[in-house]
Write a protein that binds this ligand. Structure first.
Ligand SMILES: [Fe+2]
Length: 200
């Protein structure tokens, strides 16, 4: 039963990656589908946001969110490949595919991201090409010069070095992300953001 549950989640995430229609996304989907079932067979770590993430997934209309909920115990929440970020614990990251992730890949990264309700993750950029797919909840999403509400099923592409920021309202947001191109994390930068007070 446990195996079936996490394989269903992997298949659903791989299907979403395929639907992005970019070669790097398809390559990520193929790696996930071929290596995921064994790599993610062990239950993952728990996380302080476990209950609220599950509640958010349960409300999502997306079949992929329901599949992820069924396989949730296998997600390695808590690993964060990015060394900088807000001091407050407003988000959790699970890296599923990457150089030190359960599914090994040297030039691709992929995982899940959760940001709590009523939180702002300020402007940042990085060399990697990135796509987020919203699985549950919603966020006011800035990508370059555009800020719009994003909801389950929305896919947001950030070309290399495009500044982006996320604001949540009454509910959090849970999304899948993937990186390609320069996937190193040392040049990930938090940017000057007029909405973030300077540290005194
Ligand atoms: Fe990003």
């Amino acid at each position: 039963m446990g195996n079936t549950a996490h394989m269903g989640a992997i298949t659903a995430l791989a299907d979403l990656l395929h639907s992005e229609n970019r070669p790097e996304a398809t390559q990520t989907a193929q790696l996930l589908a071929s290596l995921g079932p064994s790599a993610l067979a062990t239950p993952g770590q728990s996380c302080p946001f476990h209950a609220e993430m599950c509640a958010l997934l349960a409300q999502s209309p997306l079949p992929a969110a329901q599949a992820l909920l069924q396989g949730f115990a296998h997600i390695p929440w808590g690993t964060n490949p990015v060394s900088t970020g807000p001091a407050q614990p407003i988000f959790a990251v699970a890296e599923l595919l990457g150089d030190s992730a359960p599914i090994t890949a040297l030039n691709l990264r992929m995982g899940l991201f959760y940001q709590t309700a009523n939180a702002y993750y300020g402007l940042h950029d990085h060399p990697a090409d990135e796509t987020y797919t919203i699985l549950a909840g919603s966020a006011h999403w800035t990508a370059g010069d555009t800020t719009t509400w994003k909801k389950p099923g929305d896919m947001i592409h950030h070309p290399s070095m495009l500044p982006h920021a996320f604001r949540t309202g009454r509910q959090g947001v849970l999304a899948m992300w993937r990186w390609s191109g320069d996937v190193s994390t040392q040049n990930y930068r938090m940017l000057d953001d007029p909405l973030v007070p300077l540290a005194s």
